[in-house]
Write a protein that binds this ligand. Structure first.
Ligand code: TXA
Ligand code: MG
Length: 326
């Protein structure tokens, strides 16, 4: 899929200040040289993202932490040892010289060592940090395939590396270690309980103790079609009543019993959290593109391993009332 030559080419595009979309194990990233403010600015322009939203800097390995952060607590090193390379982002005090373009003017920086082999090859070849938010228009559903990225950005991205479908499917867990108490800023596939077990302390809730992560705005990850989250029985009832009103309805279902209704697009999601997360954004994109008037999502369980999925679905539901990119 991706050859050595592709990696060489992509590293050259980054050095020249261009944009490279690349696969990670969570979602695809829209990358630029993190040390080049002009290049990072292109990410914001392509995404339509407000310049105050900080972007994560991706690194080849934990040894590069000291280039980007200062006052690195032991907790950061132990989380890095346990979970990197992998779907975890650490918020640390930024080192001098880390640009406002990356940090959104905050005194902290988000750092992550991804595990996807193509991301790792690109980072190794490029040598420096790659600033990369998720490769989607601001506020919209993240991309988990190269095709999603191409459809979303077209020629606005200089190079798209294809690494297949992202395995995890939802964005990294974000832990803020820049303050007195570690705080969970964004739930992800690595659960709060796993982080707490590794740290030996409880995580503060983000509202209480941490700087606000702008990307955790309520309206996010949203398809254009209005999306409603509903408990099992209600989901089917709601779908049926909308269909009776002549609406075309798409359902992302967990139950197997598909009602026989004309005008109903039924998509059966995986029963397990890993499978559900892996396919979530591709499913939402497909339902969004199906031309329906409404998307109904059958609520998953409230268990810990579904926390990150429930977080994204709740934001997608809020966000779908937003008419367009904000
Ligand atoms: O899995 C991921 O994290 C993916 C892949 C591409 O690595 N990236 C991603 O980036 O989800 P993005 O920009 O869509 O979301 C990053 C989140 C945003 O909510 C942003 O506000 C927050 O991280 N963030 C980044 N730097 C921060 C900082 N210094 N302080 C607080 N929040 C920060
Ligand atoms: Mg994002």
């Amino acid at each position: 899929m991706t050859t050595e030559r592709d990696i060489d080419h992509a590293a050259g595009v980054l050095r020249a200040g261009g944009l490279v979309a690349f696969p990670t194990e969570t979602v695809y990233g829209l990358g630029a040289d993190a040390a080049n403010a002009g290049a990072v600015g292109k990410i914001f322009a392509a995404k339509g993202r407000p310049s105050t939203h900080p972007v994560i800097v991706h690194l080849a390995d934990a040894a590069q932490l000291a280039v980007w952060a200062v006052d690195i607590p032991e907790a950061a090193r132990s989380l890095a040892r346990k979970f990197w390379p992998g779907p975890l982002t650490l918020i640390l005090k930024r080192a001098r010289g880390v640009g406002d373009a990356v940090t959104g003017g905050q005194d902290t920086v988000g750092l992550r060592v991804p595990s996807h082999p193509v991301a790792r090859q690109l980072l190794a070849r490029f040598g420096g940090g790659i600033a990369a938010p998720s490769a989607n228009r601001h506020g919209r559903v993240s991309a988990t395939t190269a095709g999603h990225v191409r459809r979303e950005f077209g020629a606005a991205v200089d190079c798209v590396l294809d690494g297949g479908a992202s395995q995890v499917g939802i964005e990294s867990t974000i832990v803020d270690l820049s303050g007195a108490t570690p705080a969970l800023l964004r739930p992800g596939w690595i659960t709060a309980a796993e982080i707490e077990a590794a740290l030996g302390t409880r995580l503060a809730s983000p509202a209480a103790d941490a700087p606000r992560a702008p990307g955790t705005l309520a309206a996010h990850y949203a398809p254009r079609t209005p999306l409603t989250l509903a408990e099992s029985d209600l989901a089917i009832e709601l779908a049926a009543s909308l269909v009776r009103q002549g609406k075309r309805v798409a359902v992302l279902a967990r139950s197997a019993r598909q009602p026989l209704l004309q005008g109903l697009e039924w998509m059966a999601a995986a029963q397990d959290a890993a499978g559900y997360a892996h396919a979530l954004y591709a499913n939402l994109r497909r339902l969004d593109e199906s031309g329906c008037d409404a998307i109904i999502v059958e609520k998953p369980p409230q268990a810990a391993e579904w926390a990150a999925i429930n977080d994204r679905l709740a934001r997608a539901a809020t966000g779908s009332s937003v008419p367009d990119e904000t």
